[in-house]
Ligand binder design. Sequence first.
Ligand SMILES: [Cu+2]
Length: 247
Amino acid sequence: MPLAVHAAALLSLLPTDASAHGPALDHHLLLNLWIILTLATLAHILLLIGLAMRRASEARHLWTIEFLPLALLAIIFAALAIRAERLWAATRYTGASPEAMQVEVTGMQFAWYFRYPGPDATFGITRPQLASPAEGNPVGVDPADPHSTDDLVTAELVIPAGREIDLRLQAQDVIHGFSIPELRLKQNAVPGESIHIHFTPTKPGTYAILCTQLCGLGHYRMNANLRVLSPNDFRAWLTAREKPVHP
Ligand SMILES: [Cu+2]
């Protein structure tokens, strides 16, 4: 089964699949590659046949070898595009379930910060003029807002496996690209916008969060860690982090 071997080799080149929506995306990618492989082979066979039969046939209009293949190609292309668009939209436009864990992600030159709303489940107000990484307030949380007192801001993203996570992405200065290859996630963080993306991590582990937009001289070092923990480990982590906030 050369095609199966081919697929297995391709899959082994992809990073680990650690999210619930990942396998469908990988499947779609492989389907695209198989179709391209088939069409490229067919095109070369047709080319060789054309060369061999060049003198044997007269030039005439053959709709079966012109319009029919073109129509079929257009249908295949449209079907692939619609399916890809649906897969893309599934993590964005359909909306997360109400039980999803909320985490705010802020990109800035050249770091990622993550904010958890705390036990009150509400994010405090942020003000750009208050943002100061040097003073321990990188995202500019307003201490005057009662909702902000229990907000937890971290430099690594820690989430529990098996629970849906609803991220809201924003950027303080320029466009940054939030990307986690193992979770098959990639979404720009744009200044002035709050962009939601939701997913369910399936495999505990440590993965790299990258910035995929050239955002300045320090772009090469703009990364952070994602740690996917078991639900129990996550609870322990959250409790330990929340203690200093609630003495
Ligand atoms: Cu960046």
